[in-house]
Design a protein around this ligand. Structure first.
Ligand code: SF4
Length: 568
């Protein structure tokens, strides 16, 4: 490694390379490249799938026609021109701009939102600081941590979208494919490599998959968006069972005809907005095969996904139509080899996740070092707070910042002797490093303040719930409260102990409405996976905090010792 890199940049670049090397080290022959070499011109698999659909007498949905007319990745020169003219995209171009990570979010905000991508949700302090600068210069001066352990910058003017994307690349980042019908940011265990209980460090696998996507043009333009996550069995869940593909690190026992040790178990079809978790397929694979297998799965999805009805275009519906066995057979044909399957009892139970481990101070597997989980209310950080966190990571930690699906940030590698100083610095930023059971469980999507689909201002409601319930309810264990703005379910209301989904609430017979919610209870994830059921309809947003407080107070008053909200 040479050149003018700083020590931290060198460390990042070295990690970048070793990650890829680790992931490639044990690959089966042919595993390093797409399962099949595919054409990228008119014979591209997605175009062929569209042609097949029409040959069957079916009508492509407008989005498919737009994708056929011009692939989003090819729109870059027109994006540059539009930025020079200061105009936002119209019609099908709105979808094409999303291929580059720019979302035109009018009418909620007459501006772009940029969703980044960062494998495993890990950034260096200099990247974090750079994003803060970008958000301040080209956006609203803040960034939001998303429920996929990612960052979004909002309030970007038409003139600034392209330069913002260029600056991200200068930082070693990209937003490519973070929107549209593409493979989204790769989620992994946020404490990968530092977690005392993990079975596997997910970073190299997330990173290898990230780069495979970025460099494989035929994996863009799917029937619909596609999510992949890697769970290393650490203390903080990755919510991999809410993804289209969940790779779950498991320990396989002796005596089942396969090498005992750590494998990935393959779960497929998660889409909680449609009330489905990813289901165990019985398939296990060597971790080094994850990229090859995910590639083959997605190519079967490209061939078989519905291109006529976007509500039925996700992987779940292919699995429903073909059955898991039928779908996996097609994947095996593409891979040219059968999967390894083991019964459920061949796999040891996953070490339990800890619902509080993303907040507060936790010892790492490296003696004398800790991660500090920082509470970021509804995931929003100002540029100044981001710079402050970057300073803490650089000066008091190992230089990395890690995002979690609980919309918060971890600083890792903090020596015991520096924990007190680091906590004080975090508090000085207006954030908290204390484990707060109420704060730990509240997540909110963008909502009506920044998303055209929102029926309610979810972040405002989530803040109001925290403010109202904080002084009134003493929680000793977290209750997950997921506030989502619409049926797209970006905050996954169906898996919350308490889930709120935005709904317009009628206030008179003239059809006037106000922000409101339907409220659900009983959801869960991981070993407690469950789909929440509706309990109240048409709750005005202003009434939601008091209603949630009544539910929490009722539970704390009546539960048996140790009984969780889910069990209650
Ligand atoms: Fe927007 Fe709906 Fe997603 Fe919330 S759930 S961010 S309102 S699309």
């Amino acid at each position: 490694m040479s050149g003018d890199f700083t020590v931290d940049q060198k460390r990042y670049l070295e990690g970048f390379m070793s990650g890829a090397q680790v992931a490639r080290a044990g690959r089966a022959p042919g595993g390093g490249s797409p399962a099949t070499a595919e054409p990228t011109g008119p014979d591209a698999p997605s175009l062929k799938a569209m042609a097949r659909t029409e040959a069957e007498g079916k009508k492509l949905c407008p989005e498919e026609k737009a994708k056929r007319e011009e692939m989003g990745l090819d729109a870059w020169p027109r994006m540059e021109e539009a930025a020079r003219e200061g105009v936002y995209p119209k019609g099908p171009d709105i979808l094409r701009w999303k291929y580059h990570g720019l979302f035109y979010v009018a009418p909620a905000q007459d501006s772009f939102m940029c969703r980044l991508r960062m494998p495993n949700g890990i950034l260096t302090h200099w990247q974090f600081r750079g994003i803060a600068d970008i958000a301040e210069i080209h956006g609203g001066g803040y960034a939001d941590v998303t429920t996929r352990a990612n960052l979004q910058i909002r309030e970007i003017p038409a003139t600034d979208g392209v330069i913002l994307l260029e600056k991200l690349v200068d930082l070693g980042l990209t937003a490519k494919g973070s929107g549209g019908d593409n493979i989204r940011n790769v989620t992994g265990t946020p404490t990968a490599g530092i977690d005392p209980q993990e079975l596997l460090d997910t970073r190299p696998y997330a990173k290898a998959w990230h780069h495979h996507i970025l460099n494989t043009r035929t994996l863009y333009g799917l029937p619909r968006k596609f999510n992949v996550a890697f769970d290393g069995a650490g203390q903080i869940g990755a919510l991999e069972d809410t993804n289209d593909i969940g790779f779950q690190a498991v320990e396989v026992k002796e005596g089942f005809g396969v090498e005992p040790g750590v494998w990935f178990r393959l779960a497929l079809g998660g889409i909680t907005g449609h009330k489905d978790f990813a289901r165990d397929t019985g398939v296990i694979l060597p971790p080094a095969d994850a990229t090859k297998v995910a590639d083959a799965i997605i190519r079967v999805f490209i061939d078989t996904g519905d291109r006529t009805d976007r509500k039925k275009a996700r992987l779940k519906y292919v699995l429903d139509a073909l059955g898991f066995d039928g779908f996996l057979k097609k994947v095996e044909e593409r891979l040219g080899a059968p999967f390894v399957r083991v019964p459920a009892d061949a796999v040891k139970p996953r070490p339990e996740a800890d619902r509080m481990a993303h907040l507060g101070v936790r010892p790492q597997k490296q003696a004398g070092l800790n991660w500090i989980g920082i509470g970021v209310p509804v995931g929003r950080m100002t540029a100044a707070q981001m710079r402050g966190l970057a300073d803490i990571a650089q000066n008091l930690g190992d230089g990395d910042l890690r995002l979690t699906v609980w919309q918060n940030v971890l600083v890792s590698g903090v020596p015991d002797a520096r924990v007190t100083v680091a906590k004080a610095a975090i508090t000085a930023l207006g954030l908290t490093a204390d484990a707060d059971a109420l704060q730990a469980g509240i997540v909110a999507c963008t909502g009506a303040a920044g998303c055209r689909f929102g029926n309610a201002d979810t972040k405002a409601t989530a803040r109001a719930i925290a403010a109202y319930c904080g002084p009134r309810v003493a929680l000793d264990s977290p209750v997950n409260i997921h506030v989502t703005g619409c049926h797209n379910s970006c905050a996954q209301h169906y898996i919350g102990d308490i889930g709120l989904i935005g709904a317009r609430v009628a206030i008179n017979e003239d059809g006037d409405t106000v922000d409101g919610y339907n409220l659900l209870v009983g959801g869960g994830f991981g070993t407690e996976a469950a789909i929440a059921q509706e309990l109240f309809e048409q709750v005005k947003a202003e009434d939601a905090p008091a209603l949630v407080e009544r539910l929490l107070s009722g539970w704390t008053a009546q539960r048996l010792p140790g009984e969780t909200f889910a069990a209650f």
